[in-house]
Write a protein that binds this ligand. Sequence first.
Ligand code: IPD
Length: 244
Amino acid sequence: MLNVAIKAARAAGVIINRAALDVESVRVSQKMANDFVTEVDQASENIIIDTLLTAYPDHGILAEESGQTRGNPQSEHIWIIDPLDGTVNFTRGLPNFCTSVGAADVLTGEWLVGAVVAPILDLTYYAKRGQGSFVIRNGQHIRLTGPPADRATKIIATGFSYQADERVAQFENITRMMPDFVDLRRMGAAALDLCAVAEGAIDVYYERGIKEYDWAAGALIAEEAGLTVQRPAFVGDLCHARLA
Ligand code: IPD
């Protein structure tokens, strides 16, 4: 499953990279204030789902844009897809965006594989349950081990919801946490924030209310790097309540 996850995420990365060359001409529509969906999100999602269902026609799909309209909702395997995490960065020509593909066994509640591909940065993060997590950087597969526990100066990363009241609540939480950190990063793609912690560049990532497609792959990558991950409630419209 891991190879298929990476293949799907990379195929989407090719589409996104091509579109990033001429971002001004990408059609963008607004879901809510500051929350955009581009035609690139949709093309990226289609190629990811096509790749996954070609390999596993009976599996279930939960995707950011199309929900559970494709795949088999009764399957014991579910793929959770964010076709373009960091959409705002993408629309503004900032390079921190990625595709995120994770899979879980809904009967056991176990997360199985995760792949996060940042196409402009040319980084592929991946993890398989029980087998560690890795980044492919300059063609080398480097094992991820998280931040050093004894680092004296810690940095926290966070993100902010598209909903104003959530944003304010998040800001207040972060303000309370700041005495424990020397600095804060808001990089704009939750999946890459989780990978940055797995890589040890960031010490902690905290965000309220992110959706499962934002964290599905990155949470496993962080966990397999040895980190403790507290996943938010699974908010998708699924009968598979075991996944959390
Ligand atoms: C968003 C990004 C952002 C996070 C938001 C997410 P999107 O995802 O991951 O960093 O703070 O909560 O919704 O909309 O770019 O896929």
